[in-house]
Design a protein around this ligand. Structure first.
Ligand SMILES: Cc1cc2nc3c(=O)[nH]c(=O)nc-3n(C[C@H](O)[C@H](O)[C@H](O)COP(=O)(O)OP(=O)(O)OC[C@H]3O[C@@H](n4cnc5c(N)ncnc54)[C@H](O)[C@@H]3O)c2cc1C
Length: 411
């Protein structure tokens, strides 16, 4: 009997498998399609490269500036810098998932994980162990595997969660096109990632244009009630930035679900869920790569220390540690998403808030380095003042001279 089965060999699964293999635990990774490229914007925080010892050669482009576009196309230019003095570690890494995932998977295998290409069909957890059936891709044969425990790292639709009898999570659909641009057009995106707000381009999240070495990935996310219109929203976005995409060639169209909230329970008898399967994407940004890797690492460490008795009671240490460490941050970002994306007027307020230097630095500090720096009282006062000013500006329209439209252009 192998000790642990990891379902899914994407960023979360490979990290779990590598962590277990390094701890000397026999581990099998089951991945239904090794050739598939995970639909993704590929934005990764620099801290991931340090914490997970990932080579910088996997970064397709480093971005040091961001532009936030409000619904009325007022634009805020932001430098990607944190609260500490500017360093070479202040950037957003833009990666291509076909290379990033492949690297992590190969590294897990090099550490000793056994990789099987096959689709999970069913799994049963009993007091004696976990029995899994899967369809092997090469032969088409249905096979059985017995393990001590299982980690479900199988994404937003998680068949592992389903087999455990858990309900589907609320999901949004994110769609994206990779567009290869002529060199002169690519120059515009050389060092900048753009975020677009507006109900016609992205009613529930933001829409984005993330540059890579030879293309720009343009995409948006649509939540419950808006998914059918996702293609139209993307078309609206492309229309909005048409001059900047002129002469471009679509090289890939991709779409996938993103979980919109964490599962209430992510550890059970002999079973754990990580990454998207556990719903650990952060709402405001749709960021999930780092969180999938981080949760997978923690789950694997807890499991490696509990293999003699992988009871829910012992494995729940993973869940408790996770929420102790990140609970405040998830709750804050969830609130921010509801507050900032709650309609076009609020998106204008959100854009104004992005002009505040303290907000910029705190946002990027927490994104890039995953630390929530305590905010000095003076900064808190400045932020509160700016937020109130923006709320008044957009919720008391009569204060504007009659007939004068909201400002357009660079703020
Ligand atoms: C369009 C889009 C843009 C995004 N942009 C970003 C971004 O810029 N930055 C960021 O941080 N996050 C982004 N995300 C989120 C990010 O892609 C995910 O959070 C991350 O990939 C989650 O990793 P994971 O390992 O948990 O799951 P996944 O990457 O979804 O991997 C799950 C794996 O399980 C496998 N699997 C599923 N079912 C089975 C089965 N029955 N049998 C065997 N294997 C199975 C799948 O083939 C897959 O390889 C984006 C998501 C989307 C959809």
């Amino acid at each position: 009997m192998d000790e642990v089965l990891v379902v899914g060999a994407s960023v979360g699964g490979s990290t779990a498998a590598e962590t277990l293999a390094k701890a000397g635990v026999p581990v099998v990774m089951l991945e239904r399609d090794l050739a598939r490229v995970k639909p993704c914007g590929g934005a990764v925080p620099p801290v991931a490269f340090k914490e997970f010892d990932i080579p910088q050669s996997l970064i397709s482009r480093k971005v040091h500036h961001a532009l936030v576009h409000s619904p009325s196309e007022r634009t805020v230019a932001i430098d990607v810098v944190g609260t500490s003095p500017h360093s070479d570690d202040d950037y957003i890494a833009m990666c291509c998932r076909e290379e990033f995932d492949q690297f992590l998977r190969n590294r897990a295998v090099a550490q000793g994980a056994h990789l099987i290409e096959g689709q999970l069909l069913d799994l049963k957890v009993t007091p004696a162990g976990v029995t899994t059936t899967y369809r092997e891709k090469a032969s088409g044969a249905t096979k059985t595997l017995r393990t001590t425990a299982v980690i479900g790292a199988d994404g937003a639709y998680s068949p592992t969660a389903k087999a455990l009898g858990l309900p589907n999570l609320p999901r949004c659909v994110a769609i994206q096109e990779r567009i290869r641009l002529p060199d002169d057009k690519m120059a515009r995106w050389a060092d900048t990632a753009d975020l677009y707000l507006g109900t016609e381009v992205s009613p529930d999240l933001y829409a984005w244009a993330f540059p890579k070495k030879d293309h720009v990935a343009v995409g948006m996310g649509a939540g419950h009630g808006h998914t059918k219109a996702a293609k139209q929203h993307l078309a609206n976005l492309k229309q909005r930035i048409a001059p900047e995409l002129a002469g471009g060639e679509i090289i890939l169209q991709e779409a996938h679900a993103l979980p919109m909230q964490p599962r209430p329970q992510i550890a059970f008898d002999r079973a754990m869920l990580v990454g998207d399967a556990a719903g650990l994407v952060v709402n405001t940004s749709g960021e999930g790569i780092y969180w999938a890797m981080k949760s997978a690492q923690l789950a694997a460490e807890v499991l490696a220390g509990s293999l003699l008795n992988p009871s829910a009671e012992r494995l729940l240490r993973y869940q408790r540690t996770w929420w102790k460490q990140y609970g405040t941050m998830y709750r804050f970002l969830r609130w921010l998403q509801k507050w900032g994306y709650g309609g076009e007027r609020q998106m204008e307020v959100f854009t104004d808030m992005c002009r505040n230097r303290d907000v910029q630095q705190l946002t990027f500090e927490s994104y890039m380095h995953k630390t929530m720096a305590p905010m000095p009282w003076l900064a808190q006062m400045r932020m509160t003042g700016d937020i109130l000013k923006a709320q008044v500006k957009y919720y008391l329209p009569r204060m504007r001279p009659a007939g004068k439209p909201a400002a357009r252009g660079y703020a």
